[in-house]
Design a protein around this ligand. Structure first.
Ligand code: NAD
Length: 362
């Protein structure tokens, strides 16, 4: 990743990357606007103690490209964007900093819309919202959807059911054994849904309190985090961090399916093929974990928030996961690449419409 930033922008067809600074509050960061072909560039605000400025800018760019794909594949009318601020959220984040960023986002006139990410909370979004309307994720008392993790978890369950149908001929999860990695906001919701579906869950988390709660409330078996890959299960559900599937962990998996919420589960692109070569059916992360954002963004669609439409959009992740598997079969692609193609085709089709249909001059 030593190439000049403009080479990187050209290769990935970036629209713009805005560097932001507010000396008084210590704000330093970048807003990466990858694409606005489908709508405003949308993606969360990450606050992280990056080693250097280049690492921060490149992370914003990498995450923004991911958002373009996620929205395009989900059928939503948003482009991909991401904001990052350099700093430790526990120590450096302040109202002054968030409001300064809010004013900068407002200055972009709606080209970028922000939301929650690592190092930011719904309360932070409310602070930014004091300065700009261009905030997607908001608490309910500000007119937003509030906690979107139940919708994310339901989408993951739908993706898992679609994988079950492909692997075993039936989407039924009753009696299936699931290794659940991570009992955070999404993992704990997924645990509840799996419990209701009659699956048998074996869970783990680094946090002993979350483990104890899962044991108490759901009577699940729990294991040490390092042994979650070795469990004799039907499904592995990664709901912790990314990059967990690599040369060391893939051979250990005994599951027939991988489906979870974690973003970027593969340590390197080749691990998608490695998983498939082992005959494991997987749900592509950005398709499976889009439920929260599908639900969240419904209020921006025509007619405002409609509960039935929002949940229907989340349930549609079942069909979208099937579509990925079908395209992979038809074109000899990995599931990961097939999902990317679905997003790219929508982007190509709609940008072509724009090119072929310029505004009429009178
Ligand atoms: P979270 O921080 O609430 O939960 C993550 C949990 O994983 C924590 O409890 C943490 O202790 C645990 N963990 C970390 N490393 C672990 C390990 N090695 N073994 C076991 N447990 C470990 O995060 P979340 O919001 O539940 O998100 C989970 C994943 O899903 C993340 O990758 C996130 O990017 C992705 N995701 C979340 C949403 C959402 O709606 N929250 C939407 C899309 C994607």
């Amino acid at each position: 990743m030593d190439a000049p930033l403009f080479d990187h922008m050209r290769r990935h067809r970036f629209k713009k990357v805005v560097l932001v600074n507010d000396t008084a509050s210590g704000l330093r960061g970048a807003i990466a606007i990858h694409s606005t072909v489908l709508g405003p560039a949308t993606g969360g605000l990450r606050i992280w103690p990056y080693a250097d400025e280049r690492a921060a800018i490149l992370d914003a760019m990498r995450l923004a490209v991911g958002m373009t794909y996620k929205y395009a594949a989900a059928g939503l009318d948003f482009g991909g964007g991401k904001a990052v601020l350099i700093g430790d959220p526990r120590r450096d984040k302040s109202e002054a900093m968030l409001r300064a960023l809010g004013r900068m986002i407002d200055g972009l006139g709606g080209e970028y819309v922000t939301g929650e990410d690592v190092g930011t909370t719904l309360a932070d979004m409310e602070t930014i919202y004091a300065e700009t309307d261009h905030v997607l994720t908001l608490p309910e008392h500000c007119g937003g959807a509030g906690d979107i993790s139940p919708a994310t978890a339901l989408g993951v369950l739908e993706a898992m059911r679609a994988c079950a149908k492909r692997a075993w001929g039936s989407p039924e999860l009753a009696g299936r054994r699931v290794a659940l990695q991570g009992l955070g906001v999404v993992g704990s919701q997924l645990l509840r849904l799996l419990d209701e579906a009659g699956a048998k869950v074996i869970a783990c988390d680094l946090d002993p309190e979350k483990v104890a709660r899962a044991e108490r409330e759901h009577g699940v078996e729990t294991v040490a985090p390092e042994s979650i890959y070795d469990q004799d299960v039907d499904v592995f559900a990664p709901c912790a961090l990314g990059a967990v599937l690599d040369d060391e962990t893939i051979p250990r998996l005994r599951a027939g399916i991988v489906a979870g919420a974690a973003n970027n589960v593969f340590a390197a692109a080749r691990h998608a093929a490695a998983l498939q070569e082992r005959g494991i059916v997987y749900a592509v992360d950005f398709i499976a974990n889009a439920g929260g954002t599908i639900y969240d963004s419904d209020r921006l669609r025509k007619g405002g928030f409609q509960t039935a439409r929002a949940w229907a959009g989340v349930h549609r992740i079942f069909a979208r996961t099937e579509q990925v598997h079908t395209l992979a079969d038809a074109e000899g692609l990995t599931y990961q690449r097939a999902a990317e193609r679905i997003a790219e085709r929508r982007l190509e089709a709609l940008s072509a419409v724009r090119l072929l249909d310029p505004p009429q001059s009178t």
